[in-house]
Structure formats: C-alpha cells, structure tokens
Design a protein. Sequence first.
Length: 555
Amino acid sequence: MAIHKCALLLLYIVPLCVSEDVVVTTKNGELRGRRVSTGQTSYLDTFLGIPFAAPPVGSLRFAAPQPAKPWTGTRDATRFNNMCSQPPNFGTPSSMPLSEDCLYLNVYAPQRPSDASLLPVMFWIHGGAYKTGTAASYNGTELASKGVVVVTANYRLGALGFLSTLDDECPGNNGLLDQILALKWVKDNIASFHGDSSDVTIFGESAGSASVSLLRLSPLAQGLFSKAIMESGVSTSPWALARPGKDIISPLQFAQSLAKETGCGADVLQTNKSLITCLRQVSVDQILNATETIYKSTSISKFRPTVETVLGVIPDDPLKLLTRGAGSNITSIRGVNKNENSFFFLSYPLLDLTRRKIEAIILHFANEFFPGRSQTVADKIIAEYITSRNLATPEQCRDALVEIRTGFDFIVPTILEQKQTVRKPGHAQQYLYEFTYRATHSTRPAWAGVIHASELPFVFGQPFTHDQFFSHIFAFNWSSEDTKVSMNMITMWTNFAKYGNPTLQSVGGVSWVPYSLDSQSYLDIGSSLSVKANLAPDSVRFWAAILDDAGGLIG
C-alpha cells in the first residue's frame, strides 16, 4: 500500500493525516480509498464517490434508478463525485461539478481487524427542500470515530427527482427510489466496510428527515433499516408530500408547466407519454431554469414525493398508513428546533410587515394549504396569534409569523406522527426532542433564535472537524459550551444507532425517557439536557382543532 504525507482529505477542512491507500472488494468491483489517522492508535477508512446506480440520463431521466454496473480494475474512491443538478444555493459547495450523473455515495468506516464483529451503520439523507443539497457537505468522520459506519448518499432533486404525471409514464418518487437503491447497496456491500447490514439507522434533516419518515412507511423500503432519526420533518409535515386531489395544484399540472416553460409545444401536452419524451430531450439547464420560474409562483415545494399506487413507494396518505401501523416497528427519534421558521424570514423586509401585509401573508398561506376554507382558517389564525395578542409592531408580527409556521410546518406534524405511532400495540420505542441551543457565535440575528438546521453542526461535530460547511450560519471560534453540546448529540445519536437507546448510560447526567401518550415526555437539548413533558401545548391545541375541521393535514 502506498504511504502518503499528511493532507486534507475532504473538500472541507478535515485535519486528518492520510496514512495509506486501502482497497476493498464490493459486488461491483474493487475500490481504493484512504486510511487516515484519527488518533495515536485509531484509523478511519474513507471511500468517496461510489456509484450505486447507473447514470440517470437519456431514457433513465424521470425513470426509476437502475443498479450500477460492475467495473474492471480498481476504481478510485478518494474524492467526491458530482452533485446532483440543482440551482445555485448558498448551502452547497460551489467548487463541485453539477451533473445528472450524480448517484454516488460515501462511506466512513473505522478500521477493523478482519475477524472483528461488524459495526452498526448510520445512513444519512441530506435536506434542501427536495431541490438542493449534496451528501458531500456532511463529513461523517466524527460520527464514525465513535464506532459506527457512516454512509452519505446523493439522490435526484427537483423535477429530475420528483416530477410526476400520476401514471405509468412517470409515477414520481424517483428521488425516494434513489434512496432505497442506495440502501439496497448498503445491504449488499456494507459488510466489506465492516458494517452490519442488519443494523442500519437512517437519519436526515428537513427534506431528508421527511424522506426518512416516508421510508418508514414505504413497503419498498421494508427490511432495509431498523432505526430512524428525524430532524425537523416528518411524513405528516404539510410540505413533505403531494397529495393528489387535495393540493391546490396537482403534480401533473406542475409537470405540464415544466414542459411549457422548456419549450415543449401544445401538441406535446396531449399525452403524458409525449410530455415525458419531450422533457427527456431538453437540456438539464432548461429544466433547472424552468423549475426556478415555476418555484416563484407559490411557496410550497413543487416537485416533491407524492402518493401513488403505480410503483407503491407511498401508496396512501401518511396518516392512513400510520393509522394502519406502518412504521410502528421502527425504533425512532423525532425532533424539532425551537424557532424553525425564522430561517425563512431572515431576508424578509421588516418594514413590509404591516398589519395588512401580515393578514395577506396568512391568507396566502391558508389558501395554499386549506383550499376552499382559506378565509375561515386565516381568520382563526389572525384571531389566535395577532388580534388576541394586540400585536402592532413589525417585530411582533414577524415573531408571530415564525411561531405560526414553526407550529404548523414542524412541531404539530411531528407530535401528530409521534402520537399515531405510539398508539399502535407493540410499537417500538419512540423518542422526541426539542433542540433549543443557540451557538455561542451564531452569525444569525438574536431574534431568529434556534433556526432550522441549527443542530446540524453539532450532530456532525463541526466544533471538532472545523468544516467550512455551515460557516454561513456559525463562526469558526467554537466555545467550550458548543463543544459540550456537540459531544452530547454525537454520543446520543451514535448510542441510538448502536443500542436503540440514546442514553443507555446517562448522557450529561440525564436519561432520555421514551415518549408515551401518558407522559408525553421529550428531551430539551440545550446547553444542558433536561427531560420535559407536553411540548408546545398551545400550538398543538390550536392546530389540532384546525386540522380536525379540515379532515387531516392538507399539503
């Protein structure tokens, strides 16, 4: 094996010393990765840019993914491969190439003797509203150093991953099918990296978290994992899934709009077959530009997972699947951040938030999620959050909007799914948390609090790795308190992957109590850990009444 000098291993700052090449054999062929020192006697093997699917181009655009073909010789796996095609985004590395040929995954594995027992696996699904993001942004070294094998995987985004004509031509959910195929690759190959294919924990954030939640319910993903962690997003989140017949705009209408924007003529729209044929012939840049035009029309995600029965990825509404017990056998953690939706108001002009503007924003929101009842719902929201509190200043109104949408988009759906799961007899243990810690040197304004994605640097150990990702949210001068919070989360997350219990032994002097209908206990993850009960009762009370009147979540 070749010996190398100390070097930067990843795209981001990862101060590890590369010691030697390392070769493993998978079912598709040999891979050459890097073995790096993580301490005086410990080493980590990293394999980057591994293909798990055939390039989804040409006739495979808008089609279910196909397994990667075998290769001859030893394939280089020492650098990341392409990001999936997407519009520019502040949270993704600008130096990485974009391509439709993007179905690659990365493995971070502790070095093990050949006769050692296999390690639990943690499989990460990134967020980004189903339209941006990349696995390469998430450095798995710190988690892996705690004795788990970490896998991060790309999946197709935007229209390329989630366009649907609601029939055989393009049922949709190709992004979810990418995730499922990556999990099948793990099942077939992870033993080569000393990972246990029978002990896989899937975890994700935002759209990645909603994906995890949906995979728990999907018949096609059964048997591929046994535990799940959901950070800020679940199947019942109103933005997580298209529900044909309930949405104000159907997935087919979005597909037709995309075809029109890319220049496909009116004759093409006569059949879904001709529509997909045309969209397979236009350039990926045309699709991305057209998608951006469409995304400006409404605030909800246009191309996202959908209920469909052709492939049966998500064969019914999540609430119905949950009621039938789907996913109740999966030991799970679900959680939210205290001020999730302040993230989406950071760039909103404060002076525009007059009382009239606030009421218009609320009515627009109600029209998107409660068509046919929008004025009634808007009036109730205004009465509950604005009028009853006698709010007047732009700052007060902004804070109310953050509270409204944090409750509706994140807190209430998470608790709803939690309750539905624990109602099933014999359910696996379910844990609930609220992340309330604001980093010492956050670059976000104080009013924003603990925004969406705030927990990510702590889960991936940025105070230890000093990656550049997340630098747009956090400064590099991490405090000792930041380091303590990160270590607590890493310990609990990896404990959960190993044992199904995040505090098999107490962490920070606290044992995390599983959620039940009687206790409604949850863990407050702040500068210290504390077990509390009954998360956000006023928000749950208000939205439960609204949703009951509407016959369930409408997204």
